[in-house]
Design a protein around this ligand. Structure first.
Ligand code: MG
Length: 158
């Protein structure tokens, strides 16, 4: 198999009164906004899972964890990530490294980045040095004022 690259992308819109969870970390904010979704709407972990699955040419998370299934309602995306990791291990592969970019105009995420890296690394059983997480805005020009988007790029290896 050698090395395989994968990319994942996801967007969720803001919803008042929901928890904001990114890379498994709850981000408190003054506006009391979270993201709308069937699961916990962790847009960053969704992008990461799709990148890992995509690298392996496996079905994406929409097919693995359909949003009309009661069993996935409100589920922690970190739990789903662990399942994806198991699936990939069964295929004889493992994550070499991941690079996650979160695109959000608000709230400020900087002070949570290290905790996010830690949480994802722990879920995947890899060192923190294999997980990059960064946050950026769209300078008010894009969709990120209305929700949060995330990209993930991964390298998988035997
Ligand atoms: Mg999603």
């Amino acid at each position: 198999m050698g090395m395989r690259i994968g990319h994942g992308y996801d967007v969720h819109r803001f919803e008042e009164g929901r928890k904001l969870i990114l890379c498994g970390v709850e981000i408190p904010n003054d506006e009391n906004i979270g993201l709308l979704g069937h699961s916990d709407a962790d847009v960053a972990v969704h992008a990461l899972m799709d990148a890992m699955l995509g690298a392996m040419a496996l079905p994406d998370i929409g097919r693995l964890f359909p949003d009309n299934k009661e069993e996935f309602k409100g589920i922690s995306s970190i739990l789903l990530l662990k399942r994806v990791n198991e699936l990939i291990k069964e295929k004889g592969a493992r994550l070499s490294n991941a690079d996650i970019t979160i695109i959000a105009e608000k709230p400020k995420l900087m002070k949570y980045i290290e905790q996010m890296r830690q949480t994802v690394a722990e879920a995947l059983g890899v060192p923190e040095t294999d997980i990059g997480v960064k946050a950026t805005t769209e300078e008010g020009l894009g969709i990120a004022g209305r929700g949060i988007a995330a990209h993930a790029v991964v390298l998988m290896e035997n």
